[in-house]
Design a protein around this ligand. Structure first.
Ligand code: UTP
Length: 296
């Protein structure tokens, strides 16, 4: 029997410079799609995949994130008094039990690999997930759940993969595919942000991973080796000839909410998913598009 994946690391210590000035005081992960912060989408996805321990790698200025997961007894009392049962349920569904959530501080933004390494003592010797809350994935079956099911067959290391247009490949880590098995590929190499025309495929890695503890040991070696940013991709790639690395083509649509364009698209998409908002929002979108066309 393979070890079950019950722990997830959420690296949220980045500076979020693309959303300045908002991120001067609001952590990016607390920004909302409709009425839920980005991080809530990630937590819900993790829970659906069987995650029981949630490890956040944070940094200075992320206090609002910790507050968000606290119970809010006063607010709950108020809602109860006013008979707002539905809202009370919504509020309670965001509560995290004591001991379920842990915060580790990354003292310097030394990159994603370093952020993951910061959580090593809480992971120990078992496989774990890494989720970047910037990547919000709309899917019938939550993306991490799809991956956990696939991982039960393969073991090793698994990264979520998605096809991207050739002219966008240089913004991603790209997989060099050894064998294509349909929803799964085995990986020969991983190329971080390839130059134009040099991408080995159109399969890009996005922010969901299931990793073996060996990757933490690889990060450990890199930490004591070269200085500067520590790349998670390199530590995973070291396992290609070891425990193996697989790319998983998930079913669903990913929104890059770390970018303004992606965030706006996600806002529209998730707004249209809500029954109470759909009709008005759709009518408004038609109106705006028609007005722009008429003005051209
Ligand atoms: P990004 O590349 O999106 O960087 O990080 P960022 O700082 O969040 O945003 P920009 O580019 O300045 O706008 C991808 C993920 O890795 C985390 C981020 O919090 C985000 O979830 N990260 C990045 C860390 O936790 N620590 C780091 O040192 C770097």
């Amino acid at each position: 029997m393979r070890n079950k994946v019950t722990k997830a690391i959420f690296p949220v210590a980045g500076l979020g410079t693309r959303f300045l000035p908002a991120t001067k005081s609001v952590p990016k992960e607390i920004m909302t799609l409709v009425d839920r912060p980005l991080v809530q989408y990630a937590i819900d996805e993790a829970r659906a995949a069987g995650i029981k321990e949630f490890i956040f790698v944070t940094s200075r200025g992320k206090g609002a994130l910790e507050d968000y997961f606290d119970h809010a007894p006063q607010l709950e009392q108020e809602l109860k008094k006013k008979g707002k049962d539905k809202l009370l349920e919504v509020l309670k569904s965001t509560n995290m039990d004591s001991g379920e959530i842990a915060y580790i501080r990354q003292h310097k933004a030394l990159g994603l690999g370093h952020a993951v390494w910061c959580a090593r003592r809480l992971i120990g010797n078992e496989p774990f997930a890494v989720m970047l809350p910037d990547d919000v994935i709309a899917a019938d079956k939550p993306c991490l759940q799809q991956m956990v099911e696939a991982y039960e067959e393969t073991g090793g290391n698994m990264v979520a993969a998605m096809e991207v247009p050739a002219d966008k490949a240089s913004s991603y880590g790209i997989l060099d595919v050894k064998e294509d098995m349909g929803s799964m590929v085995s990986v020969r190499a991983m190329v971080e942000k390839p130059k134009a025309g040099e991408a080995p495929s159109n399969l890009a890695v996005i922010g969901r991973y299931i990793l073996s503890p060996q990757v933490l040991r690889n990060l450990n070696k890199m930490k004591s080796g070269a200085g500067g940013e520590i790349q998670l991709t390199d530590a995973i790639a070291d396992e290609i000839d070891g425990e193996g690395v697989y790319g998983y083509r998930f079913n669903g649509r990913r929104y890059d909410c770390g970018s303004k364009a992606g965030f706006l698209q996600a806002t529209v998409a998730f707004g249209l998913e809500r029954e109470e908002l759909r009709d008005d929002l759709e009518a408004y979108l038609h109106e705006v598009v028609a007005a722009r066309k008429a003005a051209e």
